[in-house]
Design a protein around this ligand. Structure first.
Ligand code: FMN
Length: 312
């Protein structure tokens, strides 16, 4: 049996050699900075959140460690899609696994412009529409929080984009069901559950909030149980694949996310601590599958749900 026979999964039109995807915003976009062999088991790589015009990002402190977590307030710093296509993309397109374009926008017409620019570059693959960035004013997370806005932008995007659309949802909503259903009804090929949770840190030496924008996005192991719950809930109401994201850092959390119903998983903060985490998790999943006589990752997906239902 080859590697991809065991670990391979398909999400929409994409065939991934493993269910592990690099989440947006945490991975160097210059392949010359990657240690050798580091992406050999990676299923796909999400780009940094790209906007139409370049963005400098937020002022002040941008990262703050919390017990078991990380708060970030990067504010979508990026070179803009045009520059990315001319520079980073030229090196990334031969990196050996699919590249997913994470697109962020403030105004509705910016998403149109991003999709037009991407099509005219010849890219017709998968886009991850980021309707959930908590660290920018206007737009950002607001798209996911307001269901009518979400529906409007996703319908327009669907009419324009022929490739697959993943929608990266916000956890900062009263419940995930509504946004998951809206995304599916608007023709999304998959949903990513989810982005970071809004949090706050206080610098007691300065006696004020750590971040200029006061609130920032919490990621890392601290949010794993919350992400597992959201994935469990989302997979109760949609048929499209749900990609689990939030707090996965080792084999156990990756397996838990698959068993909660995720068809694939994204890893962000875990990579900041250990570049090797994906190789380790893939090896761990393979070992678990062998021990438990499981032939394909598909059999793991939603297994905890099935077992819970069987036992009533
Ligand atoms: C430093 C940093 C930058 C991020 N930038 C983006 C981004 O540009 N676009 C996006 O959709 N998510 C971004 N995220 C969110 C991650 O992709 C991921 O959804 C989140 O961190 C939860 O996963 P984790 O707990 O594995 O990190 C960022 C997260 C971190 C920590």
């Amino acid at each position: 049996m080859s590697f991809s026979d065991i670990l391979g999964v398909s999400i929409g039109k994409l065939m991934l050699r493993s269910p592990i995807i690099i989440a947006s915003g945490v991975w160097p976009m210059e392949p010359e900075r990657w240690p050798s062999g580091i992406v050999d088991k990676v299923g796909a790589i999400c780009t940094k959140g790209l906007t139409f015009s370049p963005k400098e990002g937020n002022k002040g402190i941008r990262l703050w460690e919390t017990p078991c977590g990380l708060l970030n307030s990067i504010g979508l710093q990026n070179p803009g899609l045009e520059s990315f296509l001319k520079n980073e993309f030229q090196m990334l397109k031969n990196c050996g696994c699919p590249l997913i374009f994470n697109l962020a926008f403030h105004r509705e017409d910016e998403l149109d412009l991003l999709l037009d620019k991407l099509s005219s570059s010849g890219f017709d693959g998968t886009v991850e529409i980021n309707v959930s960035c908590p660290n920018v004013s206007g737009g950002g997370m607001a798209w996911a929080v307001d269901l009518m806005s979400l529906e409007m932008v996703l319908k327009k995007a669907r009419a324009k984009w022929k490739g697959d659309i993943w929608v990266k949802l916000s956890p900062n909503v009263p419940d995930i069901y509504d946004s998951a259903i809206v995304a599916e009804n608007c023709g999304a090929d998959a949903i990513v559950v989810a982005n970071t949770w809004l949090g706050l840190a206080i610098d007691i030496k300065k006696k004020k909030p750590v971040f200029e924008r006061i609130f920032a996005g919490l990621s890392g192991p601290a949010i794993l149980p919350l992400s597992l719950r959201l994935v469990w809930e989302a997979t109760n109401v949609v048929k499209i694949p749900v990609i689990g994201c939030g707090g996965i850092t080792d084999t156990e959390s990756a397996l838990g996310m698959l068993m909660a119903g995720a068809s694939a998983i994204q890893i962000g903060t875990g990579l900041l601590r250990d570049f090797e985490v994906i190789n380790k998790i893939c090896g761990g999943i393979e070992g678990y599958m062998e021990e438990n006589e499981i032939d394909s990752v598909k059999q793991l997906v939603g297994l905890a749900k099935k077992n819970h239902n069987i036992r009533g």
